[in-house]
Design a protein around this ligand. Structure first.
Ligand code: FAD
Ligand code: NAD
Length: 477
């Protein structure tokens, strides 16, 4: 009863966990003819994360940067099942995955276990909190679409509460102070976008409050954006100074409270900083599903805290019969956890599976032929092993099958790093013809916009985002 998962017993079953950068890139290019493909993800859409900070301040609408996963799968040659559920347990030895409907509406059946021949783990990562007290209760993250929507609500709420008649000056100062923790690209982009919102829009709507609005970016390391070149770090810091974004480096957040944040300052003292809203962008940590799987595969093979150890073919160490692949933020590979890496790995895995699919079909055909030859031998005594020509043909076919399974290792081609820093300025470390260029300013912002517009997955997304940008220019956020 009910909707069935694709099941052709002559084909192998491929289960893809996730619908983010890695999984979507794989789904886009894989030939689904050769497999029974099922995608399992708690989100039935792909989220274009680079524009998430723009959604947080209303420059771009949430729906403009999401793409339903079924939008991709419905164009596939063979049906691909999309299941909105969270994978909760992987048994790498029995080759099963158990998933549960974790959405608000559940039916009578909400948990299921299925078998796989190949499993692709592309579940991404979650935000690292280092178990610092108060983050889960009081901070806003910037990882999922809901985080950006929550941020929008909270910023407006802080401003309206500050505008409440009779609010004390001290309380207004607190309510209008937004603290962003984490000087990585997420924290920097959120600060830059928030600055634009305050500068371009709030000054018109709340002229008496806008000058009192403050943004502070807190970073534990000596500088923000350690992955960018030195001149771009200096450019970002000086732009933030002009934008009146206060950067506190060498400052470690120790606790997040309801109305303040407790920090350890560079001189080793504790300080309590009052704030109305705190955004936590402290980096990545593996999901529970990932750490559970690592535990099952054993510490000897899985010994990297960043995520699943996979080889240069993205095959997970310790998984039997090369049956599990990992890519993107859930994998520990030599590359940074970026969309660029995850999407290239997804495209690579599509090529791998397209080869494996052909190999598996050929291997099945060869097994059938060999079965027929064995039958002939049993029935009429004709032994193909003794016929040199026939034996040679079988050996050639066996080698062809073996060769088809051989694929080159994954090779990452770094196109560069881009980040928006507010006031229509962006920074870029670009790799071009094996040379590196650092660029910053308004022209880089134009490049940033065109690069992101062309990277968006569909014409629908590109049109919606371009229209949003135009609407903001004409009518504000
Ligand atoms: P994700 O894209 O996170 O996808 C993971 C998927 O797994 C999601 O669909 C999720 O719903 C699903 N999932 C989660 N748990 C389960 C489960 N238990 N079972 C099944 N599915 C599950 N990188 C860049 O290169 N350039 C940028 O400009 C950039 N900007 C960014 C801006 C922000 C605000 C953020 C947060 C990140 C940004 N990144 C950027 C990083 C980039 O988004 C990640 O590196 C990328 O998303 C990793 O892809 P992924 O497929 O591994 O994971
Ligand atoms: P990140 O790991 O790059 O930065 C997190 C920062 O938080 C670190 O610098 C860390 O020192 C700081 N931090 C952690 N705990 C702290 C504490 N208690 N007090 C003060 N500071 C603390 O994380 P991110 O910015 O979310 O980025 C994650 C990944 O996504 C990275 O690989 C990044 O390159 C990628 N990304 C790229 C872009 C882009 O290219 N434009 C944008 C966003 C994210």
């Amino acid at each position: 009863p009910g909707v069935q998962l694709p099941h052709d017993p002559s084909k192998k079953t491929l289960v893809i966990l996730g619908s983010g950068w890695g999984a979507t890139s794989l789904l886009k290019s894989i030939d689904t003819e050769a497999f029974n493909v099922t995608v399992i993800s708690p989100k039935n859409f792909f989220l274009f994360t680079p524009l998430l900070p723009s959604v947080a301040v209303g420059t771009v609408a949430g729906r403009s940067i999401i793409q339903p996963t079924r939008f991709i799968t419905r164009h596939k040659k063979r049906r691909v099942a999309v299941v909105e559920a969270e994978a909760e347990e992987i048994d790498p030895f029995a080759k099963t995955v158990t998933f549960t409907d974790t959405s608000a509406v559940k039916g009578e059946v909400a948990t299921k276990t299925i078998n796989y021949d190949y499993l692709v783990c592309a579940v991404g990562a979650e935000t690292q909190t280092f178990n610092i007290p108060g983050i889960q209760e009081h901070a806003v993250f910037m990882k999922e679409l809901n985080d950006a929507i929550k941020f929008q609500d909270r910023v407006i709420d802080c401003i309206e509460t500050a505008a409440f008649p009779g609010q004390t000056e001290e309380e207004i100062r607190r309510l209008l102070h937004v603290v962003v923790v984490g000087g990585g690209p997420t924290g920097v982009e959120v600060s830059g976008e928030l600055h634009d919102f305050l500068h371009d829009d709030l000054s018109n709507w709340y002229p008496e409050l806008a000058p009192k609005m403050r943004i502070t970016l807190i970073e534990a390391l000596p500088s923000v954006l350690p992955m960018f070149s030195k001149e771009l770090i200096a450019y970002t810091e000086s732009t933030f100074k002009q934008e009146k974004i206060n950067i506190m480096t060498n400052t470690m957040v120790k606790e997040v409270r309801d109305k303040s944040v407790l920090v350890r300052t560079p001189d080793g003292k504790d300080d309590e900083v009052p704030c109305g809203l705190l955004v936590w962008a402290g980096g990545n940590k593996p999901r529970k599903l990932t750490t559970d799987l690592m535990g099952k595969l054993g510490k000897e093979k899985q010994n990297n805290k960043r995520g699943l150890v996979a080889d240069d073919h993205l095959i997970v160490a310790g998984a039997p019969d090369n049956s599990i692949y990992a890519l993107g933020d859930c994998a520990s590979t030599p590359y940074a956890p970026t969309a660029q890496v995850a999407s290239q790995q997804g495209a690579y895995l599509a090529r791998v599976f397209n080869k494996l699919g052909k190999r598996d079909l050929l291997a099945t055909e060869l097994d059938t032929v060999k079965g027929e030859l064995e039958k002939m031998k049993a029935e009429s005594g004709v032994d193909f092993e003794k016929d040199p020509e026939l034996k040679n043909k079988v050996t050639v076919a066996e080698r062809a099958v073996e060769d088809m399974g051989k694929v080159r290792p994954f090779h990452y081609s770094h196109q560069g790093s881009l980040a928006y820093i507010g006031s229509d300025k962006a920074i870029a470390d670009i790799n071009f013809w094996q040379r590196k260029f650092a660029s910053a300013g308004v022209m880089t912002y134009v490049f940033w916009r065109s690069a992101y517009l062309s990277t968006l997955f569909s014409l629908r997304n590109r049109t919606l985002v371009a229209t949003d940008w135009l609407k903001v220019k004409l009518f504000g956020r």
